[in-house]
Write a protein that binds this ligand. Structure first.
Ligand code: ADP
Ligand code: MG
Ligand code: ZN
Length: 478
């Protein structure tokens, strides 16, 4: 059989970070008691008129600007008709043509270097409510708190070719939208979820195969598992000569398998038509310019900037990926302009500690300024590396001044040379035999004497300078 290649296109739903719903002023609040955030609009009462949430529109446009889309000045809402108990209007308010954004792209690291994935569109729509199945009493209850919550749907072109690429794309998109505060992105709450369209085609062919669509995946791991399972299932179908049927599937997370939800024949005819109760959606040039100007650096730009500071790629990626790490680093840098030393110390000490406590560096009691002071103390030789590492957990928990704490613990290094000289003289006096051996040419004995000096200073001396002080004292006395 010819070698087959997977083709994947994603439809991602991200819940917009707004206080209120898309067409009414009910609060977006999932933790609430069922049906406590509903009104005549979001519960679909006859005659109720929707009013557009301006913040939702701005966030959708922001996502578009960040992803290099064409943001349309004018777009319209349509009714997407279907019947389901959690859809009180009998239609979802969505955008068909034209949507708020068209085109756009996001690159990922492909198998042979960077790979650009093109977007087809981004549109605005409202979410449905939730059915709560009460198996015990054999009934289903409806909670409409989620009905009318604003979403954007981002649709990619079918350009992804493996589960790895799809997951990387999703992680990158998720990171970007969270950083932009377009969405809170809590996947376990369903705030970022996707439908995966997948087909196989002969490698090199440009004709797409018949696809299946796996609905509503809300974890990166499930996306990867569902794609890999589906690739195997479709491959087997082709190999047995049966071919793939166009289907909508559901991923059974417990079994790690896809299951049929409906076939092409059972597919909905949504009978889209313009929503007459809402005006044309307008986005003016001024807003687009403001959004553009307010965009944070892209990860690529941050990477370039860090590389110019001489920071290694792996370290730079850590700083970029961890929430608040880059910001912290930049603030620390203002107080101690040694990018390499600072970033290394951050990855060795600060980031692991933050990860353990599940906080962002910017939320740590140890401020960037104090962290910079710690790095400076090490750099000057005032505080030994070992002592600094031992001191760190307490510094991190307390947010105390590093120098004061080191002083209090008596671990500051003896950098004052007269103190070192005195110590060296004392050690030589205590070990006359070893001192003689050294003078007779047994250089190795110096190591022993340094060890003695370190011990009597309780680690507060710098070993290199201790060695120098001992050598000088031995020579002076011979
Ligand atoms: P629908 O809205 O009916 O699901 P679309 O044509 O809008 O269909 O496509 C939805 C998604 O499916 C897009 O992400 C697109 O890239 C992807 N897609 C379309 N055809 C294929 C195919 N043959 N194989 C894989 N993905 C596909
Ligand atoms: Mg679809
Ligand atoms: Zn409402």
């Amino acid at each position: 059989m010819v070698e087959m290649e997977p083709v994947i296109g994603l439809e991602i739903h991200a819940q917009l970070k707004t206080k209120t719903k898309l067409f009414c002023s009910c609060l977006v609040d999932f933790g609430a008691q069922p049906n406590t955030h509903i009104c005549e609009i979001c519960s679909g009462q006859p005659g109720a008129l929707p009013r557009m949430n301006a913040k939702a529109l701005e966030l959708a446009a922001k996502a578009g600007v960040a992803l290099g889309c064409k943001v349309n000045n004018r777009s319209v809402f349509s009714r997407k008709n279907y019947f389901y108990p959690d859809l009180p209007n009998g239609f979802q308010t969505s955008q068909l043509d034209p949507p708020i954004c068209q085109g756009g792209e996001l690159s990922i690291a492909g198998p042979d270097g960077p790979k650009t994935i093109h977007l087809n569109r981004i549109h605005l729509e409202d979410d449905a409510g939730k059915c709560i199945h009460d198996e015990k009493r054999g009934r289903t209850l409806i909670d409409l708190n989620r009905a009318g919550v604003p979403l954007i749907e981002i649709v990619t072109e079918p350009e992804l070719n493996s589960s790895t690429e799809a997951v990387e794309f999703l992680k990158k998109l998720h990171g970007l939208l969270v950083r932009l505060e377009v969405t809170m992105g809590r996947m376990e709450e369903g705030e970022f979820r996707c439908d995966v369209n997948i087909s196989l085609k002969p490698k090199g062919s440009d004709k797409l195969g018949v696809r299946s669509e796996i609905k509503n995946l809300n974890s990166f791991r499930y996306v990867g598992q569902a794609i890999d399972f589906e690739i195997k299932r479709q491959t087997a179908l082709y190999e047995s000569g049966q071919g793939v049927l166009q289907q909508t599937l559901h991923f059974d997370t417990a079994r790690g398998e896809t299951k049929t939800l409906r076939s092409k024949e059972e597919a909905h005819d949504y009978r889209y038509f313009p929503q007459p109760d809402l005006p044309v959606v307008t986005v003016d040039e001024q807003l687009i310019r403001e959004l553009q100007a307010g965009l944070p650096e892209t990860p690529e730009q941050s990477l370039e900037k860090l590389a110019a500071l001489g920071i290694r790629d792996e370290v730079a990626k850590l700083l970029i990926d961890r929430r608040g790490a880059l910001e912290y680093f930049e603030q620390a840098l203002l107080n101690f302009n040694e990018p390499k030393r600072l970033s290394t110390l951050m990855t060795e000490l600060l980031l692991p500690a933050c990860q353990k406590d599940a906080i962002a560096p910017t939320e740590s009691l140890l401020t960037p300024k104090l962290f910079a002071q710690l790095a400076k103390l090490i750099e000057e030789g005032t505080l030994g590396r070992r002592a600094a590492y031992e001191l760190f957990p307490e510094l991190f928990q307390s947010g105390l001044d590093p120098k004061e704490l080191a002083q209090k613990k008596g671990v500051l290094q003896i950098s004052d040379s007269s103190a070192l000289e005195a110590l060296a003289a004392q050690i030589i006096a205590q070990h006359p035999k070893e001192a003689d051996k050294y003078r007779q040419g047994q250089d190795k004995i110096l190591g022993f004497l340094v060890g003695q000096l370190m011990r009597s200073s309780r680690g507060a001396a710098d070993p290199k300078r201790a060695g120098e002080a001992l050598e000088a004292a031995l020579k002076a006395q011979s």
